[in-house]
Design a protein around this ligand. Structure first.
Ligand code: BV8
Ligand code: ZN
Length: 264
């Protein structure tokens, strides 16, 4: 068994509550570009960090709304890869507590069948009025454009204001109950798997530190090192779709997480 798999099993040994924190890298192998990857087409000349703001939406609603239509189209075509399925299998091994906290807005964890998913930054499937929060049907959004250009933001049927995506933009507060739930999961976790995130965006990036400050263990799965890497118990330099099936296969082979064939 790979050394890194064995080390992960050791860190998971005896764990009763496991938390998973995912970022855009978790969806890369499902064909959903990461947040900081170079964008394609019309969007190539914009920085997502600039587009994902209320200021950008106020300044050019059609450009920002068009970007979200394009991302919704991409996500609708995506299917969860083997790493997502591995997390569904892994949850069954931790009946006392297995929670997924995701920064992603693509809904792929739920599509894969995961339960207990906390969507920190909202969802591409939730469009609403920017003023009165009246819900706007995503199926109507899909009809508004092919996703390759600007799309006029529709007006709310109730109050006439612009419809916006139901995501948390930079500079916006996360919904209180969502942040409270994520923080509670971090306070209860014996181990947190941090997968596919550049660990740059707060408050999400602060969650693993809550786990380690309480003596919980932190395992990071990412092909590239991040600002979190120096503080983790195990840095697994791999793609999510490669590491997670290996980890869960090994966990399923050992009953109760005891590492098999350990020669200590
Ligand atoms: C807040 C939804 C309180 C939208 C997102 C100054 C002014 C205002 C705010 C701030 C400020 N300074 C700091 C802040 C706080 C700010 C922040 O943290 N900024 C950072 C950038 C410095 N945070 C906020 O504004 C938050 N709100 O703090 O409110 C407040 C209010 C006012 C003033 C102060 C404080 C709100 C943050 C939420 C923003 N919304 N998304 C949308 O999606 O359109 S965040 C956005 O970035 C995405 O959700 C994304 O998930 C998230 C983080 O990015 P990652 O997921 O990590 O993705 P990324 O592309 O960066 O990295 C991918 C990783 O995957 C890489 O490491 C790569 O190596 C790896 N990878 C690639 N392939 C694979 C892989 N890993 C595994 N397998 C692979 N195959
Ligand atoms: Zn309205």
């Amino acid at each position: 068994m790979d050394k890194v798999v064995r080390k992960a099993l050791e860190l998971l040994e005896g764990a009763r509550h496991v938390a998973v924190l995912t970022g855009a890298g978790m969806s890369a192998e499902s064909g959903v570009p990461t947040f900081r990857d170079a964008q394609t087409g019309l969007w190539a000349k914009f920085d997502p960090q600039q587009l994902a703001t209320a200021e950008a939406f106020a300044e050019s609603p059609s450009r920002v709304f068009g970007w979200y239509v394009s991302r919704l189209q991409t996500v609708r075509r995506a299917t969860p890869h083997a790493g997502y399925d591995a997390l569904v299998r892994m949850a069954a091994l931790y009946p006392d507590g297995f929670d997924i906290i995701t920064q992603n807005v693509d809904g792929l964890h739920s599509r894969a069948g995961s339960e207990n998913v906390v969507e920190l930054h909202g969802s591409l499937e939730a469009f609403r009025c920017s003023a009165c929060r009246e819900v706007f049907s995503t199926d109507r959004v899909i009809e508004l454009g092919e996703g390759d250009g600007e799309v006029s933001a529709p007006a709310c049927g109730k109050c006439g204001n612009f419809i916006r995506p139901g995501v948390v933009w930079f500079g916006e507060m996360l919904p209180r109950e969502v942040l409270e739930r994520a923080t509670q999961v971090a306070y209860e976790a014996d181990v947190v798997l941090v997968i596919g995130t550049s660990s740059l965006v707060y408050p999400a990036a602060g969650l693993p530190d809550i786990v380690s400050a309480r003596g919980g263990r932190v395992i990071e799965i990412n092909p590239k090192a991040t600002p979190l890497t120096p503080r983790v118990d195990l840095y697994w330099e791999a793609a999510a779709g490669e590491a997670l099936p290996q980890l869960v296969d090994a966990l399923q082979r050992t009953e109760g997480g005891k590492t098999e064939g350990r020669n200590d």
